[in-house]
Design a protein around this ligand. Sequence first.
Ligand code: FES
Length: 177
Amino acid sequence: MSLIEGEEELIRTSVSEVLHDQEMARENLIPILLQVQEKLNYLPPLAMELIAAALAIPAVDIFGLTTFYNQFRLHPPGKYQLQVCMGTACYMVGGKIALDCFERRLGIGEGETTPDREFSLERVACVGCCTMAPVVVVNEQVEGRVTPTRVDGILIGYGKEIKASTGIAEKKGEEGS
Ligand code: FES
């Protein structure tokens, strides 16, 4: 994921602020990472490299640690954060199908963010709206009964352009070939 304008400076400033308040010891690595993540809303690779250099530990150790623990967020949050419920009630009535549809439409996997940072996608546990299953939460907005046909509608509602190269247009092309 490439950095957006001004982001490198923000990362460098945030890391140095956190490091300034912490003792440079490996035992403080996780608190340092969490504080930097809190400032940036995610942990970009550059931040991990800067922290590794400051603590004189291999960057690969930090990358390994952050992928192991799921409290670390390795992709920036999208402007629209899609949380697809994978609780039992949603899963049983098509939650996974909805997740697959979002992945295909956005061209990203769960836990990732589109390159334009418009959408991020993640799976979550029950959000407490089981009667509306399957459910996706977009920022604070709960969308219920998310069938594959509703996936496009939801994305269009948040400004996503859906190309006509799939669905009906694609089927017509197939018939003609
Ligand atoms: S299982 Fe999805 S809202 Fe409860």
